[in-house]
Write a protein that binds this ligand. Structure first.
Ligand code: C2G
Length: 129
């Protein structure tokens, strides 16, 4: 079967995350999600996630569209992860458009349009008000 891999933090899970995962899953038979560790998230976003990596992985694994999860520790390991998980397709939201084209030598690389007007930051702001 076709193995699709995607990566992300998926903190404060929302419908933008869900739509991305469902579209990614629809590209193949198995969806494997690399979930950014707390430490990697701190470096990437300059703040700790609201939910811990084990909580975020638990939520993702419970979704019908997700088959497997693994911790993503850095951007530099992306090629390693794609090989290890035998990715046929790498699927990402288009906030990363072009950023992962270097992996087209080992898998198909697809960028999906982001769901407009929803983000973890927007959710945090909405609750804060
Ligand atoms: N997403 C989306 N629409 C939104 C918000 C997010 O389609 N409104 C998608 C993003 O494009 C991404 C996925 O949901 O593909 C996860 O988003 P984040 O948790 O913000 O992931 P990010 O921190 O960008 O991690 O190796 C790359 C990364 O670790 C990406």
């Amino acid at each position: 079967g076709i193995r699709v891999v995607t990566f992300g933090t998926f903190d404060v899970f929302h419908v933008g995350h869900l739509r991305l995962l469902e579209r990614a899953r629809a590209l193949g038979d198995t969806l494997i999600v690399g979930v950014s560790t707390d430490e990697f998230t701190r470096r990437k976003k300059d703040r700790l996630p609201v939910f811990s990596e084990s909580e975020r992985m638990e939520i993702l694994l419970a979704l019908r569209c997700v088959d497997e999860v693994f911790p993503e520790e850095s951007l530099e390991k992306k090629r390693e992860y794609l090989i290890e998980h035998r990715a046929d397709v790498l699927a990402m939201g288009d906030d990363w458009a072009g950023k992962f084209d270097e992996f087209r030598d080992i898998c198909e690389v697809i960028y999906f349009p982001r769901t407009p007007a929803i983000s973890t930051t927007a959710v945090i702001e909405k609750i804060r008000l």
